[in-house]
Ligand binder design. Structure first.
Ligand code: 26Q
Length: 752
């Protein structure tokens, strides 16, 4: 049946008469039917990617593209006076992740299915995803993100698994949603939930009663962990996920003929950071229950599991007090203690122990000892793990350490979010790049072709106009599409240094006031959520919102600079922002950003990077060459040395550098206080002058010089700028998650 008849049969009326909700539901049905035909029987080893986050974003358009139905549906809508954009607005975004780690998991699922590899996701079905952010009186406010209303992609499988938490049994229900590959197979994302969870528990904002587990367990993605009840809830969530997940994995493998001794021939489990690490003792427990002795169970689990590290920030490495685990998962305690004993018998070094002298359980340590692979997510990150953060482990197990530089799926981050650029690339080099990203290199043939360069800039201009329209409609903000769009979008964190960008904008304010005008007008666009309990991050948002008003009130400066914070930055917003970006701000303190993946998305869409030599920026610079990227700032070696010496004194920089002092004083000066909150602004100023833990000041002047250079190049020579953009697109192939997944498969998983 052709699409029109299929949809009209489901809607029981013509497309023209149907509303968007009807069409959305009908298309969901069609997609589900089509994706079902692409399910494949699994032979050999299957991957289970277990992760507390899957930041999948809206699914309709992406599924239509992957199933080859997009053009037909788009045409049909247009014929009937409807638009895909309005249809997309009907779908709520599942924000089941915080940021990079969760989005990476979603990109990996797309690539697995596209590459025809058997690989499912395992996670949790949170009733509310990451909080919704809105701005009120220049502050961030949080409200719950109810996304589970209306038609659902995920279906109730009818299967449940019993999970014991604090000595009580709970039924974890399995929901599954289809992961369609681009011209590939269909895999599954398995999400567990409890039927008893009750959204009425939510009080004002995102607060809720943390005492009743059966009512609140999967209510929120990462509930506030600033108090003890919150932290424990996180352990409850993690164990629900790993216990139900492990039971499901064993059941599936046994159905396929596995006798458990040979589990590694049926399953590979990738542990996405330490959040699912309890899967190790849980699998050992389940194998022992089925009659396998401890030593063999440990061997099997070590062969099956592999661990990915996403951070070197010590505070983000999970260490649970043994007492928490004793309360929540007493059944794992004897196993964890046994594993700790095995380690202590082998290695005297306290630094590699699982349970430390303060009775804290180091999840990452358990992962490294009892999996066969530990990987970092960019070349520099992996080197830092080996040389410093995890050096003692590297000495014990050099063969376990490996790098897998992150990637992004081109289906969502080019084909779906930037149709105009995709079509143009296809008209130049054919469509092979959609499945074989390395083919983008062919674009390099056109770097001297004026027509191509002009068209590229025309596409960018169209995308900027589209973002401007969207901003006006969503936030009532009017921006100048002729200005340079410099975008920093990522979670708000001091190490990512939105505050460096903030100080630059203040610096420009002074420069403009004294007659030193920038080479082009700039729209500085931010997208960032701050963790609700992270005071300094919230103060940085407050300072940006306040400065935005101060500048808007000043006609002399507002001609040149406008600051826009996008409310509720999420995947959907990113899809609008990324194609419209001229300058991609990747300015973390070198050594701190494990990889970054936004940097890759911007590059692929023809933005030019302004960044430090951190994370995957290093590899982007290697690919495009130093003339096609704006690099500044201290090297990671210098930063690490400064930390080791412990002699960084922010106040000295503040007192001796006039630029720094001028900008920082303005931050908490009269103009800002008139518009903003004195306490918050003072506290941010004190944080910077008194500590500046992420070394903003030493990079400040280098950032100003490099950024101004980029703006001058953009304004002065559009053709040269277009060439740099084209070079960036042509070198983006390496950053396809298809390449990343192929490496994981070759080195770690050996699927199928
Ligand atoms: C830990 C303990 C208690 C509460 C929360 C957490 C927690 C939650 C989320 C710790 C870490 C995360 C998320 C980390 C993350 O997104 N890391 C990013 O991973 C990306 C994919 O590898 C990298 O590109 C980024 O550099 C890295 O920051």
């Amino acid at each position: 049946m052709i699409m029109k008849e299929r949809l009209e049969a489901i809607c029981s009326k013509s497309i023209a008469e149907s509303n968007y909700e009807d069409i959305y539901k009908a298309l969901m049905t069609v997609v589900k039917e089509e994706s079902k035909t692409k399910e494949q029987e699994v032979k050999g080893r299957k991957l289970y990617y277990i992760s507390a986050e899957f930041l999948i974003g809206k699914l309709l358009s992406n599924n239509l593209i992957n199933l080859g139905l997009y053009e037909e549906v788009n045409h049909l809508l247009n014929e009937n006076g409807k638009s895909m954009a309005e249809l997309e607005d009907v779908e709520p975004e599942p924000s089941l992740g915080n940021g990079g780690l969760g989005r990476l998991a979603a990109c990996f699922l797309d690539s697995l299915a596209t590459l025809n590899l058997p690989g499912d996701g395992v996670g949790l079905r949170y009733h509310c995803g990451l909080f919704r952010q809105n701005f009120k009186e220049n502050f961030q406010n949080e409200t719950p993100d109810y996304w589970l209303s209306g038609a659902q992609w995920a279906e109730d499988t009818g299967k449940t698994y019993t999970v014991s938490l604090a000595g009580k049994d709970y039924e974890a229900k399995l929901y599954q949603l289809d992961v369609t590959g681009y011209n590939g197979r269909t895999n599954k994302l398995n999400l567990f939930d409890l039927d008893t969870v009750d959204e009425r528990l939510i009080e004002d904002g995102i607060h809720f009663d943390k005492s009743e587990i059966e009512k609140n367990l999967t209510l929120f993605l990462y509930p506030d962990d600033s108090d003890e009840a919150g932290r424990k809830l996180r352990v409850y969530q993690q164990y629900l996920m790993v216990s139900a997940g492990a039971q499901m994995i064993l059941e599936e493998c046994m159905e396929r003929g596995c006798n458990l001794h040979d589990l590694s021939e049926y399953a590979a489990i990738q542990i996405n950071d330490t959040h699912p690490s309890m899967v190790i003792p849980e699998l050992i427990r389940l194998l022992e229950e089925k009659g396998i002795d401890f030593e063999e169970a440990v061997e099997i689990v070590t062969e099956v599991c592999a661990y990915t590290n996403h951070t070197i920030l010590a505070e983000a490495l999970e260490k649970w007090p043994e007492s928490y685990l004793e309360e929540v998962v007493p059944q794992l305690i004897p196993i964890i203690r046994k594993l700790d004993k095995v380690v202590k018998a082998k290695y005297e070094d306290e630094r590699v122990a699982i349970i430390d002298e303060e009775n804290r359980v180091h999840m990452a340590h358990m992962d490294i000892h009892f999996t066969h692979s530990t990987n970092g997510v960019a070349a520099l990150h992996t080197e830092i793990l080996k040389d410093s953060e995890l050096h003692h482990f590297y000495e014990l197990y050099p063969e376990k350490f490996n790098n897998k530089t992150n990637g992004i799926t081109f289906r969502r981050w080019l084909l779906s979010c930037n149709h105009e650029l995709t079509d143009y690339i296809e008209s130049l080099i054919g469509d092979e790049f959609k499945k074989d990203a390395a083919k983008l290199k062919k674009l390099a043939d056109y770097v001297d072709d004026k027509t191509v360069l002009e068209k590229l800039m025309k596409i960018k201009a169209d995308n900027k106009k589209a973002l401007a329209d969207w901003l006006l409609e969503k936030q009532g903000v009017k921006v100048n599409p002729e200005s340079m769009f410099a975008i920093q979008s990522k979670r708000l964190h001091e190490y990512k240094r939105q505050q460096l960008n903030l100080l630059y904008l203040i610096h420009q304010y002074f420069e403009i006031k004294s007659g030193h005008l920038p080479a082009a007008p700039i729209t500085a666009i931010f997208g960032a959520k701050a963790a609700p309990a992270y005071v300094t991050a919230k103060n940085i948002i407050h300072a940006l919102l306040t400065l935005s008003k101060v500048i808007a009130n000043d006609p002399e400066v507002s001609k040149w600079i406008q600051i826009v914070l996008i409310e509720n930055y999420n995947v959907t917003a990113a899809e609008k922002m990324i194609p419209a970006c001229d300058l991609s701000e990747q300015i973390s303190l070198a050594s701190k950003e494990a990889s970054g993946t936004g940097n890759m998305k911007f590059m692929l869409n023809g933005a030019v990077t302004l960044g430090t030599l951190d994370g995957a920026n290093v590899e982007i610079a290697d690919c495009v060459g130093e003339e096609n990227i704006y690099i500044f700032g201290q090297s990671s070696d210098q930063v690490i040395r400064r930390y080791e010496q412990g002699d960084y004194c922010a106040r000295e920089w503040y007192e001796t550098d006039a630029n720094i002092r001028r900008a920082v004083d303005f931050l908490a000066g009269d103009l800002m206080k008139a518009e903003g909150d004195e306490t918050a602004l003072n506290s941010l100023k004190n944080e910077l002058v008194g500590k500046d833990w992420f070394q903003t000041f030493p990079d400040f002047n280098a950032y100003i010089v490099r950024k101004n250079q980029a703006i001058a190049d953009y304004a002065g020579n559009k053709e040269k700028w277009a060439k740099i953009a084209l070079k960036n697109i042509s070198e983006a192939g390496f950053f396809s998650s298809d390449r990343t997944i192929e490496e994981y498969n070759k080195d770690i998983w050996h699927l199928g």
